[in-house]
Design a protein around this ligand. Structure first.
Ligand code: SAM
Length: 304
């Protein structure tokens, strides 16, 4: 892999934990701490002043600060009222948009950032089963969920691939955010595919294998209506190619949705003709980490 060609400084995104507080209450606290609210962040607005902040225009209850504000926000974050979460990582729960009282599976959930956003959207109704295979990460998630008062979540140590769909017939929403290369976290400009070393190709192959299995498994749940797939990877192998393979197997029962039409950065069409139905996010274009999101929706089956 070649050297990074550009580093973009990202804002510090902070999500209001609406299970514990409201946007208004947080804004009052921030005012007392001398922060000045400057309205909605526009694409060209600078966000580098320590004591100013904005609303994000895509995700409700998401605030945008300069990275230097992190240390001043830490005490409020430690109490659980605010949660550090990159804007791109908020998109999966935002587009899954679960109805109140619904039952959700978060397939690969630890440390629980997306789970807690889903819990906020359910607003103390329904139920979330949050699976993770890793003991330490699961414990970390349990601590986080307790701090964030996400009480309607059951954190379960389990291999999602071994979760039986017939035991979860009431689940209508599934979020699949599997282990990935994490290549979007490095603020890197996309690397051309042919630049990849053998070692990286092998690693991507293994990750892809699991990602496809996890996504297909989610699509096999009997009552699931919406499945979101996301990664913080920049590679098509972990993104468009995974979605393509899963869609080929489930095209009879699921459509791929064209998500957030107003979002300009789209998935790539090179390896998958419907790539642009998916969404990409990048430091250069979107002021976020590198990210990928796709949404599958069950087709309406006509009853005869
Ligand atoms: N969704 C999380 C969040 O927003 O905080 C981040 C999830 S992280 C990208 C991927 C997670 O998948 C890791 O915690 C890993 O332990 C878990 N994982 C890997 N293989 C798994 C499996 N077979 N079943 C369940 N979880 C798995």
């Amino acid at each position: 892999v070649t050297e990074a060609t550009e580093i973009v400084i990202l804002p510090r995104y902070v999500r209001v934990n609406t299970l514990m507080t409201t946007l208004e209450e947080c804004q009052n606290v921030l005012k007392r701490e001398n922060f000045i609210f400057l309205g909605e962040l526009k694409a060209t607005t600078q966000f580098n002043k320590d004591f100013t902040y904005f609303n994000d225009h895509t995700i409700p209850n998401l605030l945008v600060f300069s990275r230097n504000a992190t240390k001043y926000l830490q005490p409020i974050v430690e109490k659980g009222y605010l949660i550090f979460q990159d804007k791109a990582s908020c998109i999966p729960a935002h587009i899954l948009a679960p109805a109140k009282n619904s039952v959700i599976i978060d397939a690969c959930a630890a440390p629980g950032n997306k789970t807690s956003f889903l819990a906020s959207l359910l607003n103390k109704t329904g139920k979330i089963y949050a699976f993770d295979i890793d003991k330490h990460r699961l414990n970390e998630m349990k601590k986080n969920l307790k701090r964030w008062e996400a009480t309607y979540v059951e954190a379960i140590r389990h291999d999602f691939l071994k979760v039986k769909p017939s035991d979860y017939t009431d689940v209508e929403y599934i979020l699949v955010d599997p282990s990935c290369s994490g290549s979007g976290m490095a603020n890197r400009v996309d690397q051309p595919i042919q630049d990849k070393s053998n070692e990286l190709s092998m690693r991507l192959g293994k990750l892809q294998n699991f990602q496809v299995m996890a996504l297909k498994h989610a699509l096999s749940f009997p009552s699931v209506q919406k499945v979101v797939y996301s990664t913080c990877s920049i590679y098509q192998e972990e993104n468009e190619m995974v979605v393509k393979e899963a869609l080929e197997s489930y095209a009879e029962s699921f459509n791929l949705e064209f998500i957030l039409p107003e979002w300009e950065s789209r998935g790539k069409n090179e390896s998958f003709e419907y790539g642009h139905y998916c969404l990409r996010a990048s430091p250069e274009n979107d002021r976020t980490i590198g990210f990928f999101v796709a949404l599958f929706k069950r087709k309406n089956i006509q009853k005869i």
